[in-house]
Design a protein around this ligand. Structure first.
Ligand SMILES: [Mg+2]
Length: 370
C-alpha cells in the first residue's frame, strides 16, 4: 500500500512514540521528507498520488532502479547511510545522463523486521535510543536528496526476508533536448567526466576490509559473524572508499550539456565503460575506438578497473569535433577518450588503442543473468 493511502486510511502514531510498527515508520519518513519543498512537486506524501507540475515546454523523464541485498549491496560491507545514498544516486545518475532536472523521487522498501525496529539496548554513551538501520538509511538517502533538490514524494513499505530498495526518479527536460544513447555519429569525439575506476578500486578495498573484520570477529567469538552486522569504516579510508560508497551523480554536467545541445549522445557509467560504450554504439548504430593512454584513471585504480569497473556514475558522451569542449564542466574534469567510427561489419564494436597496437574491447562490465 502506498505511504499516502496507508496514512490516510489508518491514522498515524506519533513519530516519537518509539513503537516499531509500519505506521510510526511511515510518519517518520513523511515528517522528514516534508522538509524538501519544491514548486514542481505540487503534492507529495499524504494523498493517493503525488502531483507533479512541469513547466511549459518540458517533458517528463522517468527511470527506475532495483537494489537487492547480496546483489547491489551487502549489509556487512555497506553502512546504512551508504546504501541509502547509493539507492538514490543510481536513479539521479540516469536523470543526469538524459540531461534532466530532478523533480521527485519515489522509494519502495522491503525490509526484514530487524532493520526497522530500534535495538533494545541503550548505547552506553548516549541517552537516546540508538538509531535504527532504516533511520540511518534515510540519513544517507535524504542528505543526497537535499543536495540535488529532489523531494521524496511517495513510495511503499513491506516486510521482506531480503532487504530490497526500489527507486523511481522523475525529472524534467526541455522538449526535444534530452540526451539520448542513439544520437552518436561517425566522426564524433568521445568524452567522459571525472575519473574512472575509483568505485571498483573502493569496492575491492571494502571487500578486503569486510573479510578481515569477519575473520577477527569470528575468531574472537569462536563462531561465524552475524550477517546483519553493520560495518565500521575506518576514518582514514573514508576518502578512498567515497567513490564507491558515496558516488556523486553528474546532474549539473548533464544539464549543462542539454541546455547547450552540445552532446549528440550520452549515457551514465553504471556498468563500466566497456559495457556502457557498447550500448551507445548499439543504439546509435556506430562503432568506437578508445585511446587507452587518454583514459582519466582514478589514482587508486588499475586500467582494468577504469575500463570494466562499474558504478563510477560518470557521464560518457559524444559531441561533434567542431565543438570546442571545455576542460571541465561545472567543476568536473572532462576528457576526450576516443572517437566514434562508421559501423564495421565483422569487426569489433569497440577497439582499444594501446601502445602495443589495437585490441577489441569486449563488454566485460556488470551484466545480470550472465
Ligand atoms: Mg543509466
Amino acid at each position: 500500500m502506498p505511504y499516502a493511502q496507508e496514512m490516510r486510511s489508518n491514522g498515524v502514531e506519533s513519530p516519537g512514540s518509539g513503537k516499531p510498527g509500519e505506521l510510526a515508520l511511515l510518519a517518520r519518513i513523511r515528517a522528514r521528507a516534508a522538509r524538501a519543498p519544491d514548486s514542481t512537486l505540487r503534492l507529495g506524501i499524504g494523498d493517493d498520488c503525488a502531483l507533479l507540475r512541469l513547466r511549459p515546454g518540458e517533458e517528463l523523464a522517468v527511470t527506475t532502479d532495483l537494489s537487492i541485498a547480496g546483489r547491489h549491496f551487502r549489509l556487512d560491507w555497506h553502512t546504512p547511510e551508504a546504501i541509502g545514498h547509493r539507492t538514490l544516486a543510481r536513479g539521479l545518475s540516469d536523470l543526469a545522463a538524459m540531461g534532466a532536472r530532478p523533480v521527485a523521487a519515489f522509494l519502495s522498501l522491503g525490509l526484514p523486521r530487524d532493520l526497522v525496529q530500534s535495538s533494545k539496548r541503550r548505547e552506553p554513551s548516549h541517552a537516546s535510543w540508538s538509531k535504527t538501520w532504516i533511520d540511518r538509511f534515510l540519513d544517507g538517502f535524504l542528505s543526497l536528496a537535499e543536495a540535488y533538490r529532489t523531494p521524496l514524494a511517495g513510495g511503499d513499505l513491506a516486510e521482506s526476508p531480503l532487504p530490497v530498495a526500489d527507486i523511481v526518479l522523475t525529472g524534467a527536460v526541455r522538449r526535444g533536448r534530452a540526451l539520448l544513447r542513439s544520437g552518436a555519429r561517425p566522426g564524433d569525439l568521445l568524452y567522459v567526466t571525472g575519473r574512472l575506476g575509483g568505485a571498483a578500486a573502493g569496492l575491492a578495498q571494502l571487500e578486503q576490509l569486510a573479510k578481515a573484520a569477519r575473520r577477527s570477529k569470528a575468531a574472537r567469538q569462536n563462531r561465524p559473524a552475524r550477517p546483519f552486522q553493520t560495518p565500521r569504516i575506518p576514518g582514514n579510508l573514508e576518502i578512498q572508499l567515497a567513490p564507491h560508497l558515496f558516488p556523486q551523480p553528474r546532474i549539473a554536467q548533464g544539464l549543462w550539456l542539454a541546455r547547450r545541445s552540445l552532446a549528440t549522445a550520452a549515457i551514465d557509467l553504471s556498468d563500466g565503460l566497456s559495457t556502457d560504450l557498447a550500448r551507445v554504439c548499439e543504439e546509435s548504430g556506430v562503432a568506437a575506438e578508445v585511446d587507452a593512454a587518454a583514459l582519466p584513471i582514478h589514482p587508486a585504480a588499475t586500467e582494468v578497473q577504469a575500463i570494466h569497473g562499474g558504478e563510477d556514475y560518470e557521464l560518457l558522451f559524444t559531441a561533434s569535433p567542431s565543438i570546442p569542449m571545455p576542460r571541465s564542466i561545472a567543476g568536473e574534469l572532462v576528457t576526450c577518450i576516443g572517437r566514434i567510427l562508421r559501423p564495421r561489419p565483422a569487426k569489433p564494436l569497440v577497439t582499444l588503442i594501446t601502445a602495443r597496437g589495437l585490441r577489441p574491447l569486449a563488454p566485460l562490465g556488470w551484466e545480470h543473468f550472465s
